[in-house]
Design a binder for this molecule. Sequence first.
Ligand code: BTN
Length: 325
Amino acid sequence: MPKTVILPMLADGEFHSGQALAETLGVSRTAVWKQLNRLEDLGLELESVRGLGYRIPGGLELLDAAEVRAGLSQRAGELIGDLLLLDTVDSTNAEALRQIESGRARGLVCSAEQQSAGRGRRGRTWVSPYARNIYLSVVWEFSQGAAALEGLSLAVGVAVARALESLGVPALQLKWPNDLLAGGAKLGGILLEMAGDASGACQVVVGVGLNVRMPERAAGEIDQAWTDLFQLCGEAPPSRNALLAAVLNELLPLLAGFEGAGFTPWREAWMARDAYADCPVVVRSADRQIAGTARGVDQRGALQLETSVGIQSLFGGELSMRPQA
Ligand code: BTN
């Protein structure tokens, strides 16, 4: 019995007796009990009360293709390819890259309840607990290679921020190159991966992770200041299906137009949300670090770092930025 069989019954947040669960699913009480244990292994909180049965306090919203599609704008509906909603996957970006290899990935959107090996930038792990956050990958084909894609990851940050703002999420900021922050803590991250010819026809996987309601246990694995929509929106974060649709409504038109327009039309909106504008920072790569003052980004999305020898233009790649101690 896959875990998704018992979950929709418990997703309503109401109590269900072991007997009722067993009867509805047509399995033994022991099988139900094993499934309930597995839910706890997934990090889902399960309450059991003698005489009432079991419930997931507050309920749970599972990903639902019909709900996502219902929230799409006409334009996003025209641009989207296949919509792949998975239960558990190693990484939605990895799955998207596999789909590219199989040749069926044009406009593919892939999301999952859980990632067992979620990827962050610079080889880090992206903590991806079950049914609580957003893990999204979108595949887009470009014809002019990597050079025409400068600034794309920054524009994606703007698109995601706009999507959240459209749902009433307050005061979002962007940290170069592509972190989404609220109150100085990380709310989301963006990871672009590429397949094909870096100087010609290529496919880009745009990966977006958003913390919606990070469970305590999973939060213990995060090694940086983080926040989630539950904290920002006072107990009632937007629905995950609505979030997926809102992000796609911004992201798909951005991807469709980026090769023509580049980062320039996005620059002002990025600068308006720049978390480190005019702040003393240190930019690190694997083998060196440069201190200076962050002065926004140029038309190509390069960080403008004012140093003792003048302005240096730095591109994201494997770089990271921290405030000076
Ligand atoms: C970062 O380090 O800030 C980037 C995090 C990107 C996480 C997302 S979640 C969906 C997609 N699949 C992955 O494995 N990673 C990205």
